[in-house]
Structure formats: structure tokens, C-alpha cells
Ligand binder design. Sequence first.
Ligand code: FES
Length: 202
Amino acid sequence: MPDWLYSDTVKDHFTNPRNVLMDEEPSFPANARGQTGNIKCGDQMLMLLDIKDDIITDVRWKTYGCASAIASTSMLSEIIKGMHIKDAYTIKPEDLVEKLGGLPEYKIHCSVLGDKALRSAIDDYLAKTGRSGLFKEPSTEICHCLGITDKDVENAFKNGARDWEALQQATKMGTVCGECKDKAMNLLHGFAHIYGQPAGRV
Ligand code: FES
């Protein structure tokens, strides 16, 4: 039997995920809803938040993702309770991976759905409270299937992505129709010029 690749924290959150939306819990008092991912590539995430005075008081989520997606979203759901929406908006997948005690390199991309669904839910809440786009940095969508932007590509570059494979591992982009590849690689090469570091093979 091969060694288990995941940390004890990942195992704990995978086998006992917190704050999962149960089918028999339709009465959860959500005033914010976020959804991300694409069912065609097997991962989709729904996040519901109960927010009072800009503080997240409760959360439920549901995903069709893998063990890493489940564990990272379970961890996310724990840390955002009691958090101001402005702070929650800045949580990044790297923060979750660190709290989980790491993930195998090829599973890092599975941790990107939760924070995206979270930001989508907060955007929904801001729109409902007359503050549309308050925390949004101007960005351009590069991967329309998964809602991945130039900011996500820049962030992946800063975290070491230098080729298409690494970019996909970091963001999941291109895993549905693949049409975003050329645009994404042009961007990656652009960042290599801006930051003075070489991009790798296409
Ligand atoms: S545009 Fe379809 S996978 Fe990126």
C-alpha cells in the first residue's frame, strides 16, 4: 500500500469536512451566494455565507472536487467565520495550503476553487448592499470557462509558474476547452519581461 501523500490536517478535513451544505438543510440563512468552477472539468464549488454587519457569521459549501478541494475549502470555511469580509476577500490558496500543512505539488490547483467561490459570494453580498465591486481590483478575464483573470496569472507567475503546465497546476486554467492557452502564455511571457525573469517552454 503506498504512503498517504497528505498531511494529518488534510486527512482530518477530508474525512470530516466542516460546514458542508447538506441537502436537508435548505433553511441555511444565506445572504450571499458564490459559485465557481466548471462541471465539465469535474470541479464546481458553491459557497453560501451568512453575513451580518460585514462580518461572516456562518458558511456552508458544497463541491464536486477532489480530496484536496474538499480539505482546503473545509479549512477555509473554518477560518473565515467571524472574519470581516474585507479580510476574507484577500485569502489566497497559498494561505490555505500552508494551514493544511502542504499539499502535493500536482494537487495545488485543486485548492483554488474555494477562495474564488468565497470572493464571488462576497461580491454578491456587496452588490446586494449597494457596493458593487468594492474590493475588486481591475482585471481582465483570460479563461472564460473558469473565470481566471490576468491577476491570477500574474500571481501564479510570482509564485514560480514559468510554463503552461505550471500555470495549469497553479490555476486550473485551460482544463475545460483549452482556448485560453495562447492568451495565457502571452501574458506569462509579458510578466517575464516585466519582472525580468524568463518564462519557460510553451
Ligand atoms: S477558456 Fe475554456 S478552459 Fe480556459
